[in-house]
Design a protein around this ligand. Structure first.
Ligand code: ZN
Length: 229
């Protein structure tokens, strides 16, 4: 089924849903828009920009000049669509899921996990290595985890908004992680135990060598590695 038109007068939806359709159909994913364009599209609607911001709670990714330095102050970029908020059942499912996490609960989940995204490991406020102009904002995600007993349980985990909105997030069951740990050599197991204690991945001599090596031009890398043949 195709999405309804954003300017369909018959469509009975609020400003947030209509703005979501406007982003999709007028702005287009990946493109920037200004507050002025939004004002023109929604004349007489106060706080249309606030309704656009609300879309973030439904997995829509919108960058501002704070998170994306290539944008002007009054610009935002529509990075990625989220939940189809104009479909009441989908919208309610999200509201139910996020509405039950209190601020206190959220803070406890963040603290228990060292303020790091469980999917990519980035810390809240840290810049993404592949996109230094963008900093991570943490949110709470619900995951269904398979426990060692084989039972499944719903757990709360911190996840950065980028991973949360992505569709390709890899999730692991506890038996899967156990199998991965069983494959590790004793030395690596000791290392990963230290990382788990500190809550951050430490660097290994292999990482450090690679970090140095990858900064070199390809032919210099080859020449250098040939010395070790
Ligand atoms: Zn992440």
């Amino acid at each position: 089924m195709s999405d309804p038109r954003w300017d369909d007068k018959q469509l009975k939806v609020g400003t947030m849903a209509r703005a979501a359709l406007w982003l999709l159909q007028v702005v287009g994913e990946g493109n920037a828009f200004t507050k002025e364009q939004l004002r023109i599209a929604f004349p007489g609607v106060s706080q249309a920009d606030r309704r656009v911001r609300d879309l973030r709670d439904y997995g829509w990714v919108l960058d501002t000049s704070v998170s994306d330095a290539t944008l002007a102050r009054d610009e935002q970029r529509f990075v990625r669509r989220g939940v189809d908020v104009w479909v009441p059942s989908l919208r309610r499912a999200v509201e139910f899921d996020s509405g039950t996490v209190s601020n206190k609960e959220r803070e406890a989940v963040f603290a228990a996990n060292g303020y790091q995204c469980v999917s990519c490991g980035i810390a809240g406020g840290e810049a993404y290595p592949d996109r230094p102009s963008e900093t991570a904002v943490l949110a709470v995600s619900r995951r269904t985890m398979e426990l060692l007993s084989g039972r499944s349980e719903r757990v709360l985990v911190p996840e950065c908004k980028r991973c949360k909105s992505g569709t390709a997030t890899r999730t692991y069951s506890i038996p899967e992680v156990r199998a991965l740990l069983e494959d590790l050599a004793a030395e690596d197991l000791r290392r990963i135990r230290r990382w788990a204690l500190k809550g951050v991945r430490g660097t290994t001599s292999l990482d450090r060598a690679w970090n140095g090596l990858r900064t070199l031009p390809a032919n210099e890398r080859r020449k250098l590695l040939d010395l070790f043949d």
